[in-house]
Design a protein around this ligand. Structure first.
Ligand SMILES: Nc1nc2c(c(=O)[nH]1)N[C@H]1C(S)=C(S)[C@@H](COP(=O)(O)OP(=O)(O)OC[C@H]3O[C@@H](n4cnc5c(=O)[nH]c(N)nc54)[C@H](O)[C@@H]3O)O[C@H]1N2
Ligand SMILES: Nc1nc2c(c(=O)[nH]1)N[C@H]1C(S)=C(S)[C@@H](COP(=O)(O)OP(=O)(O)OC[C@H]3O[C@@H](n4cnc5c(=O)[nH]c(N)nc54)[C@H](O)[C@@H]3O)O[C@H]1N2
Ligand SMILES: [Mo]
Length: 772
């Protein structure tokens, strides 16, 4: 085994133990408290844990899972506690830090190390040709951005990225700012995340959001969880699944990996969770091949049609396109087509029959999914077929049934509602233009992949990010980093240091923002009133979020204050939008949102109601489908799935238990038995035997694409019970392997869950060598 030099522990030497078969319970509680205490200390840690997800407190920055009406005094999970601790830390990146570390030096550090340095506390600037960031005043920073924007040939030479932590208020002002400037270039993390869900749902049911509430989950007879790992990424969902289970629901899990959280759950909020065996969640585990879900749902639909086990009344009244759909699926007698579809799932036929039997005996069905379905070339057809599956038996728009795309970032859904999208519909742009008396641009803007291409081609010259970690989260790390370096100016509004701050344009700015946990005081030069913001969860509930610890530095600003300060610098003193008023009192922003975005009537009053309010959702509430046809649409989705070819495996890139996207909390993935390292690749022992991949040996992963190979060096091989033909490894380390042009049809989402890879002996190349 060769080992690359100067690697920090994030990059090497994982220790492999036996994977777990249950999730949560006492170890998770201990971990939560320990983690918060070590990062934030007692003084900051206690209010943080007391207030997270409480009605008077702040929304957990961890994920978008909704809070139940009746909240538990500890309404958070282990990973929420990590998210809170990560943001609530006492550590700060002091001004001396940047004097001590050159940008080149920082570019050699892992993302884990960068994040551990503490909160960003003052604006810093990297001048052209300079090696170090240095302090800069806010006004000077805004003036600098304004002059770079003014120097562009066209507004479309700038792009404004958003990560899904941004509040509704900040997001609304941010998109207003970009559109007043004259561009719809508003790429966001959703482009890499649930864009496929939005595209499929908008086309089929008329709204790109999920149609279920927590009560629906609790009432369902059958819950299918496909392509999702809630034990790690939405741990509070397990509580809802447990509740459904106790009320008699059955749960089918569709996943190439046997994820611990879906096996047995020991609820940390209930005494029975501390001791005893916990609740067996999954009744039927379908160990599907990566990318096999379209085939699976296609088979189910075919069988339902053949058995005539469908809701004719619902189909007649509420749907469109059924004849073409039924004709496509034929009589279900085509044995060859059926055999091919079964082959694509990688499942034993008996498992599919078991699932069908569960479907036939369930009156109310919910399908939940996340990245395992959205990040494939055929993600949109897959989700359309899931919708068809639910439509066939009238499982949309009634209690206990519906679609449940489980969102990632805590306000990613709200950001979309507020207009963070490169292709907002005309009715939104009309209302925005009327409210603020300007003509918003109408041409669609660039999404994430489009922005990378445009930066690469020299078309986008100013890149501005409201949160996130663009270079690490995006596909094709080497291409993305090279693209970023071509910009004239890159600006990041951030809470923590990350790789996007050290792979920069000719000039760069880091602007330190308050996060969800920080108390936000505005007006009167900072001594005015405490503000709250609002967020929308995965189920369309909008509610208030108030910070609970004092900001670490008076030089940190709220995202709202940053957008409004910048807007004033860019648009000048005569601009008619009252930017300063908005910053001084967020109620005034909400008044404007109310007039532009449907569903926000009486926003300020309803945001103050404990628990918030639900946005209207016509398919769920009234079985009204605001699609082009006015009905729920069936679609025709020919069965397909990715194929690796001989000697190759399909690599899915996923999250460990100790990370939030590109933020690495720690080096363990406890449930999968990985400790003290992240560079592991999970392979099925039978595939390993065929490919001569020795357990514990090191290898390089090489992805194959039409434009050539991409290499990620030095991964430890772990024999693991994943589906045959598939492999798994963590992102962002593997983003270097995802080709920029390998994207989903329609949604343009990078295919992070199906990369064709071959294995080569460890080359000993340093892992960080992604530099062009
Ligand atoms: N603690 C923590 N919480 C998070 C995040 C985090 O990083 N850490 N990230 C947040 C964000 S932004 C998001 S989008 C969500 C992500 O939540 P998830 O989608 O649960 O995240 P992933 O780790 O990408 O897991 C994908 C799951 O899909 C399975 N899978 C992969 N390919 C396929 C396939 O082809 N078919 C099927 N059926 N399954 C497949 C994988 O084995 C894995 O279990 O979580 C959010 N919450
Ligand atoms: N290979 C592969 N790639 C993926 C995925 C995958 O499954 N596989 N998943 C994709 C998905 S689902 C997503 S959502 C994207 C995520 O992409 P991003 O949202 O861009 O990435 P994050 O890692 O969540 O961003 C973390 C950074 O956000 C900043 N931050 C945190 N909180 C705040 C805040 O409150 N305000 C501000 N201004 N900044 C803040 C911090 O500086 C932190 O370093 O990654 C995608 N990339
Ligand atoms: Mo996401």
């Amino acid at each position: 085994m060769s080992k690359a030099p100067d690697l920090d522990p994030a990059q090497d030497a994982p220790d492999v133990r036996r994977p777990k078969h249950h999730a949560v319970g006492l170890p998770a509680v201990v971990n939560s408290v320990r983690f918060v205490g070590s990062q934030a200390g007692v003084k900051r840690g206690l209010p943080l844990l007391r207030d997270v997800n409480q009605t008077g407190g702040f929304d957990c920055p961890g994920c978008a899972w909704p809070e139940p009406g009746h909240r538990h005094p500890a309404e958070f999970c282990e990973n929420g506690a990590k998210a809170v601790a990560e943001e609530g830390t006492r550590l700060r990146v002091a001004p001396e830090f940047f004097a001590a570390h050159s940008v080149a030096d920082l570019a050699d550090k892992s993302g884990y190390w960068l994040g551990q340095q503490g909160r960003l506390t003052e604006p810093v600037y990297l001048a052209e040709g300079a090696n170090h960031y240095q302090s800069i005043g806010w006004d000077e920073a805004f003036a600098l951005i304004a002059s770079e924007l003014a120097a562009l040939d066209r507004p479309d030479d700038a792009a404004f990225y958003t990560s899904g932590r941004t509040s509704n208020e900040a997001a609304f002002l941010y998109q207003l700012f970009a559109r007043k400037l004259g561009t719809n270039n508003l790429p966001d993390c959703s482009n890499m995340c649930h864009e496929s869900s939005g595209a499929a749902l908008a086309e089929t049911i008329g709204i790109g959001k999920g149609s279920v509430t927590l009560d629906d989950l609790h009432e369902a007879d059958l819950i299918i969880v496909a392509g999702q790992n809630p034990g790690t990424n939405h741990p509070r969902m397990l509580t809802a699944l447990e509740k459904a289970k106790r009320a008699g629901a059955r749960i089918a899990t569709v996943n190439p990996l046997p994820e611990a959280g879906m096996q047995r759950f020991k609820n940390p909020q209930a005494a029975r969770g501390f001791v005893g065996r916990g609740t067996e969640l999954t009744d039927l585990f379908l160990q599907i091949k990566v990318g096999g879900d379209l085939a699976l749902f296609s088979i189910l639909n075919r069988m339902l049609l053949r058995a005539d086990a469908i809701d004719h009344a619902f189909l007649d009244t509420h749907t469109h396109g059924f004849e073409a759909f039924a004709a496509h699926h034929g009589t279900g007698d085509d044995a060859a087509a059926m055999a091919e579809a079964v082959e694509r799932t990688g499942l034993p036929e008996a498992d599919i029959e078991r699932l069908l039997a569960m479907v036939l005996t369930a009156d109310k069905i919910v399908v939940c999914w996340a990245m395992g379905l959205t990040q494939h070339r055929h993600a949109v057809p897959t989700i359309r077929e899931v919708v068809a599956f639910l439509l066939l038996r009238g499982n949309i728009g009634r209690p206990g049934a519906g679609v449940c795309p489980v969102r990632g970032h805590s306000n990613v859904q709200g950001d979309r509602t507020m207009g963070i999208w490169e292709r907002m519909p005309d009715r939104f742009l009309d209302a925005l233009g009327t409210e603020f008396d300007f003509a918003p641009p109408r041409d669609h803007g660039l999404d994430t992949v489009g922005t990378i291409r445009a930066m690469r081609d020299g078309d986008v010259k100013v890149f501005f990010a409201m949160g996130g970690n663009f270079v690490s989260a995006s596909p094709d790390s080497a291409a993305t980093e090279a693209a970023m370096r071509r910009c004239r100016l890159t600006v990041h509004v951030s809470t923590k240091l990350n790789r996007s701050h050290v792979v920069t344009g000719a000039r760069a700015l880091i602007l330190p923002a308050l996060g969800r946990t920080d108390i936000d005081v505005q007006g009167n030069g900072g001594s005015g009133r405490e503000q709250f913001v609002t967020v929308e969860d995965s189920m369309g509930i909008v509610h208030a979020s108030r910070g609970s610890v004092p900001a670490l530095s008076p030089d940190m600003r709220s995202e709202v204050a940053i957008v409004t300060g910048l807007a004033r610098a860019v648009f000048g003193p005569d601009d008619t939008v009252p930017w300063e008023d908005f910053a001084a009192d967020y109620d005034r922003i909400r008044d404007r949102i109310e007039r532009v975005v449907p569903g926000f009537a009486d926003y300020n009053a309803r945001a103050r109601v404990p628990g918030g309010f639900a946005l209207p959702h016509a398919p769920r509430d009234e079985r009204v489908f605001p699609t082009a046809t006015g009905k729920a649409n069936f679609t025709v989705n020919p069965v397909t799935s990715p194929e690796a070819g001989p000697g190759r495996l399909l690599l899915q890139t996923l999250r460990s238990h100790d990370q939030f996207n590109t933020t690495i909390y720690g080096l363990d993935d406890r449930y999968r038995g990985i400790h003290d390292g992240r560079r592991v690749v999970f392979v099925n022992p039978d595939d390993a035997a065929e490919l001569d991949l020795v357990d514990g040996a090191y290898c390089d992963l090489v992805s194959e694409w039409t434009d050539g190979d991409r290499r990620a060096p030095h991964f430890k091989i772990v024999h693991y019970p994943t589906a045959r033909g598939c492999a798994a490894a963590y992102f962002p380390e593997t983003n270097v392997l995802v080709p920029l042009d390998s994207v989903a049809e329609t949604s343009n989402t990078p295919t992070s869950k199906s990369i064709v890879v071959r294995f080569e002996p460890d080359s000993g190349e340093p892992a960080r060598a992604v530099e062009p």
